[in-house]
Write a protein that binds this ligand. Structure first.
Ligand SMILES: C[S@@+](CC[C@H](N)C(=O)[O-])C[C@H]1O[C@@H](n2cnc3c(N)ncnc32)[C@H](O)[C@@H]1O
Length: 241
């Protein structure tokens, strides 16, 4: 119609879980969205490293635009908040122009995933779809060959960043626990597990399902920190297998 503004269809934001490392653990839906994406977005530590991108790369179209959200790796929250603001604004430009954006998320987007901060900024104004992925804790249990839980057992997911008192309290009553974000908090975790007589029940899984995956009893680890992609599984229940 003369004089009328052409209606631009809005793009959709997809928060896509790419799984814990092995690209074959990606869902068919994730693969379909990634392999047809006009714009691929991901967080990159200090502007460089992105495990989510590395996992998805075999399926990213050659002509896809890469929207790299530079994430300064610091303990303080402020630089992170600025990076999310910047990332959300850059994604919104594409969505408003009618282009879909596929945001790559390691593991599952809503399981301790940074995607939630972009979701919080964008989902109220833009069509947004969250595509779940295989999480690191289920991948770690599979890699270890030991179920996470059985019958009525409760599984606790404990960020190692919690205060020592809270961690001790939680672990004291835990039947099965997955301790994530261990990194430099390893000495604290080691002390608590030792004092609760649980150190012999703990295993470390580094980079579950990656080519360089490593699994070891906690007692065999001599270092004082673990790589970022490490999970400690503690199982105190009766093992029926
Ligand atoms: C911010 S959380 C993100 C979790 C992720 N969204 C998921 O679904 O598993 C990061 C923590 O997950 C754990 N993690 C992620 N990927 C892992 C892997 N492949 N192997 C072992 N632990 C992993 C580590 O404890 C890491 O510090």
């Amino acid at each position: 119609m003369a004089g009328a503004k052409a209606m631009v269809k809005r793009g959709t934001l997809y928060g896509v879980g790419v799984g814990p490392g092995d690209p074959e653990l990606m869902t068919v839906k994730a693969w379909r969205l990634i392999s047809t994406a006009p714009v691929i977005a991901y967080l990159a530590a200090n502007g460089k490293d992105s495990t989510a991108r590395d996992i998805a790369l075999p399926f990213v179209p050659d002509d896809a635009e890469h929207l790299v959200i530079d994430m300064p790796m610091r303990v303080e929250r402020e630089p992170g908040e600025k990076a999310y603001d910047f990332g959300a604004a850059a994604i919104a430009v594409h969505l408003k122009a009618g282009r879909d954006v596929v945001m790559l998320c390691e593991g599952d987007p809503f399981f301790y995933g940074s995607f939630m901060y972009l979701f919080a900024r964008l989902a109220k104004d833009h069509p947004t779809v969250v595509v779940p992925g295989v999480t690191s804790i289920t991948a770690s249990a599979a890699a270890m060959g030991r179920p996470l839980s059985a019958r009525n057992e409760v599984v606790k997911v404990l960020p190692a960043t919690l205060e020592a008192d809270r961690l001790r309290e939680e672990l004291m009553t835990a039947e099965s626990a997955a301790i994530i974000k261990v990194g430099r908090h390893l000495p604290k975790i080691r002390n608590i597990l030792g004092s609760l007589d649980l150190a012999t029940r703990a295993h470390v899984i580094v980079k579950a399902t990656h080519d360089d995956q490593r699994i070891s009893p906690l007692l065999d680890i001599t270092e004082d920190s673990l790589p970022y992609f490490s999970t400690i599984l503690v199982y105190t229940g009766h093992e029926p297998w």
